[in-house]
Each structure stands twice: as structure tokens, then as C-alpha cells.
Design a protein around this ligand. Structure first.
Ligand SMILES: *[C@@H]1O[C@H](CO)[C@@H](O)[C@H](O)[C@H]1NC(C)=O
Ligand SMILES: *[C@@H]1O[C@H](CO)[C@@H](O)[C@H](O)[C@H]1NC(C)=O
Ligand SMILES: *[C@@H]1O[C@H](CO)[C@@H](O)[C@H](O)[C@H]1NC(C)=O
Ligand SMILES: *[C@@H]1O[C@H](CO)[C@@H](O)[C@H](O)[C@H]1NC(C)=O
Length: 369
């Protein structure tokens, strides 16, 4: 979906930002009600690479190939947890409480490890929760489910209808781009040892470089210096947005995710619900889940999501009105995104009616090929 309502408007410094979430007891003031955090996992090894890459070899990856997290990834996500602790220190108790926070990760090692690392940064044990004087860590539960039964990140599940439409969209995009950037495609073929490459392959080259830049730059090939990196980044950015090319693709890709999010927020907004879920929902995800989530609401900036990049929704209440703010955190920067700036919750939900779909209906539509 190519209607970008929004781009970044402010880049806050960390300190300036903290004022934004302090709430006062006066009835008229706005009050933070619920937070949803979705972070990309930390630095990992590559899954695949091109034929001429000699560093795509287990012996250079002590934690294994196939997307396993590296120690840098653990560090990055641990730091993110410390940052979340500071930002939400007034919102969350010092002491871990299952009533306040719920952590969810899809069943991928790197996602499970990432959220575990962040929770360690958020909840160093205090008071009665200190159980070992030599270890500033306590177990915090992380919920998961098999990929095939995931109700939130259904984009990881096989959906025949989606698959069919996606391949068509990818083919169209590839032939357009191959035409437009033919010398770049030829250059990539020559250097990688491939005989053919589509837009996913180009994006994969970028992803391999990104892994190496964050692990050991000496793994980069000699020809890295000759690559038009800006174009590579641009093409990868396009590839990630193919799943949201049309409304139908978007619905099949992130419909159940938004259904889940609205069901979650509704429990804070609708007074008929007596049992509220934990007010802090923390999730780990992959870039292939995060880009469609952003693009479907016009918040994707056409650049790939980095390791540990984080999307934050804050649901606030002012009198009877509920509204959302959306933030994007990367490295040590935080942007408030104007695609959802104090946006009215009801209206936001209404705007997404067409793409929102519950998982049972989604399954039916997936199988209607
Ligand atoms: C709340 O806001 C209303 C309308 O803006 C105003 O009339 C009222 O005095 C405010 N109440 C408090 C306690 O600030
Ligand atoms: C992986 O690297 C090691 C050490 O450089 C080498 O001995 C081995 O042949 C490589 N394996 C493959 C499949 O290239
Ligand atoms: C990076 O890789 C090179 C080549 O394998 C190796 O000699 C070097 O020690 C590595 N650097 C780090 C920081 O691991
Ligand atoms: C809903 O969509 C309209 C029309 O595209 C837009 O102007 C408005 O900002 C959106 N509102 C929210 C809360 O997303």
C-alpha cells in the first residue's frame, strides 16, 4: 500500500522525551494506559548467501549459521531492555509482576533469545526477588507457540492465497527493477556467482553484508567497496514492502496481527471488560513481520528494519478519549511518527477495518485458491 500518510516528525533526545509520559493525577491530564513494544531480534548470522561467499561457513560462526544470534545481538537487546526500564520506570513496578508485563516471541531461537535478553535488562532482581548474590538476573516468563499455530505473527505461517499473490507481485516488481537497474543486476550476478537473481536475492546480499558489518567486517567480500550501497539499500527497502503491495496482500499478511492488537487495546478502552491484560505487552519479531505492520499504516520509510529496531505503541487516555502514539527506536534514537500522532483510537481502528481479519476467517481466505 503506497499511501504514506506520514513520516517522522521529531527526533527526541532521550531526556527531553521522558516528560512526555509522566502522568499527573488531575482528571483532565492524559494518562498512559497501555504499551505495546515490538522489537526486531538482535544481530544474527546469515541464513543463506551467494556462491562466492567463503564466510558462509559454520567455522566462522561459533553460534552457528542459519540466523543464530551473536553475542553482539544479546548485548544490543539487553541494552534495549535497560532503555525500556528507564523510559517506563514510572509505568512499571521495580519488581517483576506478571500482572504488569506479558512477553511473547514467535518460535525462532533468535526471537526467544532477544526477548530474554531484554527482560534481563528490564528486570534485574530487587528486594525479595534477589535469589543469587552473584547473578543479577531472574527468570521472567516468555510465551510462545509453534510457528504453525501462531495467532499474532501469522505472516510466518503458510497461506496459499497469499503465497500465490506474493509471487505475482514479486515477479512484477523484479522485472520492473531489472529493467530499470540492469547494470546493477549484472554487476551482482558477476560478483556473486549467481546465474540469475530476483529482488529477494538482491535483498539477501544486503542482508548478508549487514550481518557482516555487525559481526566482523573482514567477512565482507573485496567487491563490497564497488557496490552502490545506496541503491542496494533502496532495492532491499522495496523488497520488504512487496507483501503490502495491495490491500488484499496486506490483509492476508497482517490482518490477524491487527485483529490481535485491537482486541488487546479494546480491553483497556471498553469498560465492559473486567479483567485487563497486562498493560505492558512486549514482543520480539523479525523484519519481515515488522515492515508490513508499519507499511500497512503508512509508517514505513522504505528502509530495512535494523537489528533491535523497536516499534512502540502507547495508548493514552484523556477524559473519555483514547488515543495512540507510535514511536520508532533505532540505535539510541527515538522518533515519534506522525502517521499516528495522538491519533484517535476509534478512528485508527476504523481506518484499518478492511485489513483487519480474525485468524479463523484468515485461514479460510488463505485456502480460497
Ligand atoms: C478540565 O477541562 C475542562 C474543559 O477544558 C475545564 O472546563 C475544567 O476546568 C478542567 N478541569 C480541571 C480539573 O482541570
Ligand atoms: C569452511 O571453512 C573451513 C576453514 O576455513 C574449511 O576447511 C572448510 O573446507 C570450509 N567448508 C566449506 C564447505 O567450504
Ligand atoms: C574477523 O575475522 C578475521 C578473519 O577470519 C579474524 O582474523 C579476526 O580475528 C576476526 N575479528 C574478530 C574481532 O573476531
Ligand atoms: C484515518 O484516515 C484518514 C483518511 O486517510 C486520515 O486523514 C486520518 O488521519 C486517519 N486517522 C487515523 C487516526 O489514523
Amino acid at each position: 500500500m503506497k499511501t504514506y500518510w506520514c513520516f517522522l516528525i521529531f527526533v527526541f533526545t532521550y531526556d527531553g522525551f521522558m516528560q512526555g509520559i509522566s502522568s499527573s493525577s488531575s482528571d483532565n491530564s492524559s494518562k498512559l494506559v497501555a504499551v505495546v513494544v515490538i522489537s526486531r531480534h538482535g544481530d544474527r548470522s546469515p541464513f543463506r548467501s551467494f556462491p562466492n561467499d567463503k564466510f558462509f561457513n559454520e567455522s566462522y560462526w561459533p553460534n552457528g549459521l542459519g540466523g543464530q544470534m551473536t553475542e553482539y545481538g544479546i548485548k544490543r537487546l539487553y541494552k534495549l531492555g535497560q532503555w525500556l526500564r528507564e523510559r517506563y520506570n514510572h509505568f512499571l513496578s521495580d519488581i517483576y509482576s506478571r500482572k504488569e508485563i506479558y512477553a511473547y516471541a514467535p518460535d525462532f531461537d533468535r526471537c526467544l533469545m532477544s526477548i530474554t535478553a531484554s527482560l534481563a535488562g528490564m528486570y534485574p532482581p530487587k528486594g525479595h526477588q534477589i535469589w543469587n548474590d552473584h547473578l543479577s538476573w531472574q527468570p521472567v516468563p516468555v510465551h510462545t507457540t509453534t510457528v504453525d499455530t501462531d495467532q499474532i505473527f501469522t505472516n510466518n505461517r503458510y497461506c496459499p492465497k497469499y503465497h500465490q499473490l506474493y509471487l505475482q507481485a514479486k515477479e512484477t516488481e523484479t522485472s520492473f527493477l531489472k529493467n530499470k537497474y540492469s547494470s546493477f543486476f549484472e554487476f551482482i550476478l558477476k560478483k556473486t556467482g549467481w546465474t540469475n537473481a530476483d529482488i529477494s536475492d538482491i535483498s539477501m546480499v544486503r542482508s548478508v553484508f549487514y550481518c557482516y558489518l555487525n559481526y566482523n567486517t573482514s567477512y565482507l567480500p573485496d567487491w563490497y567497496k564497488e557496490v552502490d550501497l545506496e541503491l542496494l539499500e533502496h532495492l532491499a527497502g522495496i523488497k520488504y514492502a512487496i507483501p503490502t503491495t495491495t490491500l488484499e496482500l496486506t490483509r492476508l499478511q497482517v490482518g490477524p496481527f491487527y485483529d490481535f492488537i485491537f482486541n488487546h487495546f479494546n480491553k483497556f478502552v471498553k469498560p465492559t471488560f473486567e479483567i485487563r491484560p497486562a498493560k505492558f505487552l512486549m514482543m520480539s519479531a523479525q523484519d519481515t513481520s515488522m515492515v508490513p505492520i508499519l507499511d500497512s499504516i503508512g509508517c514505513y520509510k522504505n528502509t530495512p528494519v535494523g537489528f533491535g529496531d523497536t516499534v512502540i505503541w502507547e495508548l493514552s487516555q484523556q477524559n473519555d478519549r483514547y488515543y495512540l502514539n507510535l514511536f520508532y527506536k533505532w540505535e539510541d534514537k527515538l522518533e515519534q511518527m506522525d502517521c499516528c500522532l495522538n491519533c484517535d483510537y476509534e478512528q485508527f481502528q476504523k481506518n484499518l477495518t478492511y485489513i483487519t481479519v480474525d485468524v479463523h476467517q484468515w485461514k479460510k481466505e488463505c485456502n480460497s485458491v
